[in-house]
Design a protein around this ligand. Structure first.
Ligand code: HMH
Length: 205
């Protein structure tokens, strides 16, 4: 199995994870402020969880994946700094508790350490790929969301997602953990969909 097979095999679940009225409203400029604020503070919680999880994956990762995982951890740390600056500009407090969906996403990610590495890296790739596609669907977007759209659609981020896919393909090459990898992929797709629903309903705070 290759990572791209998962996108084909689960096209409907993937579509639901990466297309959403929230993203259409970012594109059209009709998004309620409350929904955007909910997304921002909850995504900061998510990114904090992902940062911790990715750092935990490092010591037991195969040699070929270490450099990429280190860069992912570094990128997530910069993302936290970036979110802190955005929140300050918008006068939003990041000191909120996680919505149940955000908490469930964190709980899922914390299980990755116990799964085969192929499943953990498949989830990592799917998480980043989901955001690449989701924000691409909001292009060109309203000027006020430019920074956000740019963050997850710029060519360097797209190359990074490609590198994750290549590393994921290496991890899947033996075929030993295809089932576990597929399960992790589907969990990411479902959590991404639920995350957009949560933000869209604007009740994360
Ligand atoms: C919910 N999925 C979610 N938030 C993110 N920031 C990413 C993926 C990409 O890092």
């Amino acid at each position: 199995m290759k990572p791209a097979d998962l996108l084909k095999r689960h096209a409907a679940a993937w579509q639901a994870a990466t297309r959403h009225p929230f993203l259409d409203a970012v594109r059209d400029g009709t998004l309620a402020q409350e929904a955007f604020a909910t997304w921002l503070v909850q995504d900061y919680c998510f990114a904090s969880d992902e940062f911790a999880v990715q750092a935990h994956l490092l010591p037991s990762a195969p040699r070929y994946a270490q450099n990429l995982l280190i860069r992912n951890v570094a990128a997530l740390e910069s993302e936290l700094t970036w979110f802190e600056a955005q929140a300050k500009t918008l006068n939003l407090s990041l000191n909120t508790s996680p919505h149940p969906v955000t908490a469930a996403y964190g709980k899922f990610m914390r299980t990755l350490e116990q799964r085969p590495f192929a499943a953990a890296i498949t989830a990592t790739w799917a998480i980043e790929r989901a955001y690449l596609e989701a924000w691409q669907s909001a292009l060109p977007g309203q000027p006020r969301y430019r920074d956000y759209i740019e963050r997850w659609t710029n060519p360097a981020f797209a190359s990074f997602v490609d590198e994750l896919e290549q590393t994921c393909a290496l991890a899947l090459a033996s075929g030993d953990a295809d089932k576990e990898a597929e399960a992790a992929f589907l969990e990411v797709a479902e959590l991404e969909r639920a995350f957009w629903d949560m933000a869209w309903s604007g009740t994360g705070q």
